[in-house]
Design a protein around this ligand. Structure first.
Ligand code: FAD
Length: 400
């Protein structure tokens, strides 16, 4: 048989159910990634990470006997054209929850080539746990209880070999030189880098994580979010490796948050831009001047400005800084969460439609939080999570 594997944001070879199923029984495989020019324009930071991840995936496939095939255009349409041109019997891909991903799967299913979608995005796939009579949990605590109690699919090894379809040329691979410049201190992307980071994080010990994750200057979190966002790491494998360490529950709980937002968006893809609880929406101010000051890290509130400057410099912020800055925009300045989410989506290397909108709505009070949002007091947050001012000094006072 010949199988086309359409990679999307599952850019790895380890624990990849769609790839492993394709490689079984000596099948010939076309591993395809389609660069969508529209997506490349959304965020320079993420595009640079993507190019790294594609290069690394290509190298991993090459060690197994194949190359990553790169094409450009609309991923669904190009996948069908390729499959027909090379006589593929099926298209494999990893299921995803966003509106565009679901529309792509639906249109592939209407096409002439049989399509199989596989799990591989969450630790617990959307819909695997659900409250009676509803498609998704709207409150985190009962979701987390069910999440921790659920059996997971087994983690898969990387295929030992990938047999290519001989006549397929691997196309023109993108180079970072063709992309607009990103933030000055971006992480390198790709599965190899993600696996190395995971090992370093676990060696340091996830037990420290519970106590230090909100300490802004400590940098005690895993920084795996972009690798999970692009599927350079399998969330299931991250969870499996983490739980062999004592006291990893606080860390696992964060992976459950990720799945929580995925299952909400799976149940209603509009949540990436519409309120989950519209009855709680505020009368947002359309204050461009205040918004620009927030974006540039020039509000005059040092803890907020430090977070926003870190975002511009690294394309990343720790969760506590995201909470403080998002609360300041929506609760203190009363600016629509969608404006803030769009700015984050442009800059965050880990920018993910479900986690971004889900968290913004949680802070703004229109989302999954059980209460109406209350403004965080930036002074109190700074005193508690940056007591000696090291984080503020790092992002505001140093020469850059
Ligand atoms: P760790 O603390 O090491 O956590 C491990 C993993 O758990 C993360 O890599 C991430 O995949 C997941 N995770 C942790 N916290 C959350 C959370 N609150 N919600 C969902 N998943 C979580 N995360 C994104 O991945 N993409 C986004 O676009 C995004 N936007 C956010 C916007 C706002 C306003 C807020 C408050 C949070 C947002 N988060 C987002 C969640 C969280 O801030 C980041 O996942 C986390 O800071 C990433 O750093 P880390 O990998 O070191 O996380």
């Amino acid at each position: 048989m010949r199988i086309l594997v359409l990679f999307t944001r599952d850019l790895r070879v380890h624990d990849h159910p769609a790839l492993s199923a394709a490689c079984r029984a000596g099948n010939e495989v076309e591993p395809l990634f389609v660069l969508d020019p529209r997506m490349l324009r959304v965020s320079a930071n993420r595009s640079r990470f993507l190019v790294d991840a594609l290069r690394d995936l290509d190298a991993s496939l090459a060690r197994r006997g194949a190359r990553l095939v790169i094409r450009s255009g609309d991923p669904g349409r190009v996948a069908v054209d390729e499959a027909l041109r090379h006589g593929c019997d099926a298209i494999h891909l990893t299921a995803d929850v966003t509106g565009p991903a679901r529309r792509r799967l639906a249109s592939l299913r209407r096409g002439p080539v049989p399509v199989r979608s596989f799990p591989g995005h969450g630790v617990v796939e959307p819909g695997a746990v659900a409250p009676a009579g509803r498609p998704a949990y709207r409150v985190f605590t009962p979701y987390a209880r069910a999440w921790f109690a659920t059996d997971r699919r087994p983690v898969l090894r990387a295929p030992a070999s990938v047999v290519p379809i001989p006549e397929v040329d691997h196309g023109i691979h993108p180079s970072a030189d063709e992309l607009p410049p990103g933030a000055p201190h971006l992480p390198a992307g790709g599965e190899s880098e993600g696996r190395a980071r995971l090992t370093r994080f676990l060696r340091r010990g996830p037990h420290r994580y519970g106590a230090d994750r909100d300490d802004l200057a400590a940098d005690a979190t895993s920084r795996l979010s972009a690798f999970l966002r692009f599927g350079c790491l399998s969330a299931t494998q991250v969870a499996e490796r983490a739980e062999t360490h004592p006291e990893s529950r606080a860390f696992l709980r964060q992976l459950a948050w990720r799945d929580f937002f995925l299952q909400l968006v799976a149940a209603d893809p509009a949540l990436t831009h519409e309120d989950l609880r519209p009855e709680r929406a505020s009368a947002w101010r359309r204050d461009r001047v205040a918004f620009d000051a927030w974006r540039e890290g020039c509000t005059g509130v040092r803890i907020v400005d430090a977070g926003m400057r870190q975002l511009l410099a690294e394309g990343w912020m720790p969760n506590r800084a995201r909470l403080i800055t998002a609360s300041f925009l929506t609760r203190t300045m009363a600016v629509d969460w969608r404006w803030g989410a769009a700015h984050f989506a442009e800059h965050l290397v880990d920018g993910d439609p479900a986690s971004n909108a889900g968290n913004w709505q949680w802070v703004a009070g229109t989302g999954a939080s059980p209460r109406r949002g209350i403004a965080m007091n930036p002074d109190r947050q700074a005193a508690r999570f940056d007591p000696d001012g090291a984080y503020r000094a790092r992002w505001l006072d140093r020469e850059r």
